[in-house]
Design a protein. Structure first.
Length: 246
C-alpha cells in the first residue's frame, strides 16, 4: 500500500499525476489518499499532523508525503526514511521530524536516483512518486545513508502548542498530545477560556470545549458551530493550556 499525504488540495490534476507516476512503475499497488489538505506551505504544522496519523497505517506501507514550499532549492534534500517498519518518501524539510521523534527505530537516506526528466516545480510526481513505487515493489533506488545528526530532528519538540489544522467543520486541531494533559485543564483563547468535554453531545449547542480527538491530539470545537470563527483561530496560533487554581 502507498498512502498519499499532501497540501495539493483535491482539485486540479496534481493528485492524479502522482497516482499515474506510481502506477507506471507498480501497476497493481493500492494507492490510498490519506490527506490532501495538509497545512499549505507549512511542513512544520504538517509534521505534527502526519505523526498523529501513523498508528492507523499498516506497518509495511509506504507513505508519500509532499508539503514542499522549497521545491527546486538544491539545499532541500530529497529523503527516504524508514521508521518502525514503515517507509516515508518526501522532502527533507522537517515534514518527517515528528514521526522520527517518536519512533523506536529510524533510518534516513538521501535520494540520489534521478528520473530522465525532473521538472523544477513538481518533484512529487517526477521524483518522490517513482521512488515510493520502487520501494513498494522491493526495488531500492540509489540512496546515500544519512545520520540522525544530518536530519536534526532531535531539536524538535515532541509536541507543538499551536493550532496545526482546521477541518471543514471549523474544529481546530492542536499539536498537543491528549495523553499528556489532564481533563481539569483549560485552554485560554484571547479573553475566553474553554474546558474539557469528552464528546460534542456533552455540551450545549453553541458551547465551546476541548477534547482529545480520534488521533490522540487536543482539539478545540464548538458543538454544532465553528471553533475557528468563534475564537478567531488559524494555523500557527499559539494554544495555552493551564490548570486552574483550586
Amino acid at each position: 500500500m502507498i498512502l498519499l499525504f499532501t497540501d495539493y488540495g483535491w482539485q486540479g490534476a496534481y493528485v492524479g499525476q502522482l497516482k499515474a507516476a506510481i502506477h507506471k512503475i507498480s501497476a497493481s499497488v493500492s494507492v490510498t489518499d490519506l490527506q490532501h489538505d495538509a497545512p499549505q506551505f507549512n511542513p512544520r504544522a504538517s509534521a505534527y499532523l502526519l505523526a498523529s496519523l501513523i498508528d492507523f497505517i499498516p506497518f509495511d506501507a509506504v507513505v508519500l508525503a509532499v508539503v514542499d514550499p522549497g521545491v527546486g532549492n538544491s539545499a532541500r534534500r530529497p529523503l527516504v526514511m524508514k521508521a518502525d517498519g514503515r517507509w516515508y518518501v518526501g522532502p527533507d524539510n522537517g515534514l518527517f521530524n515528528g514521526i522520527a521523534k517518536q519512533a523506536g527505530q529510524v533510518e534516513f537516506w538521501r535520494i540520489d536516483w534521478q528520473p530522465e526528466k525532473l521538472t523544477k516545480t513538481f518533484h512529487g510526481r517526477d521524483l518522490f512518486a517513482p521512488v515510493a513505487a520502487m520501494l513498494d515493489i522491493g526495488k531500492m533506488p540509489e540512496l546515500t545513508h544519512l545520520s540522525a545528526e544530518d536530519i536534526g530532528f532531535a531539536n524538535w519538540p515532541a509536541e507543538l502548542a499551536e493550532a496545526i489544522y482546521v477541518d471543514n467543520f471549523g474544529n481546530v486541531m492542536t499539536g498537543l498530545k491528549g495523553a499528556n494533559v489532564s481533563t481539569g485543564m483549560r485552554i485560554r483563547l484571547a479573553d475566553r477560556d474553554v474546558g474539557f468535554a469528552e464528546t460534542f453531545s456533552a455540551v450545549a449547542e453553541g458551547e465551546g470545549f476541548w477534547y482529545v480527538n480520534a488521533n490522540g491530539l487536543v482539539e478545540i470545537a464548538v458543538n454544532q458551530g465553528t471553533a475557528a470563527l468563534a475564537y478567531n483561530l488559524k494555523i500557527g496560533d499559539p494554544v495555552y493550556m493551564y490548570q486552574p487554581e483550586v
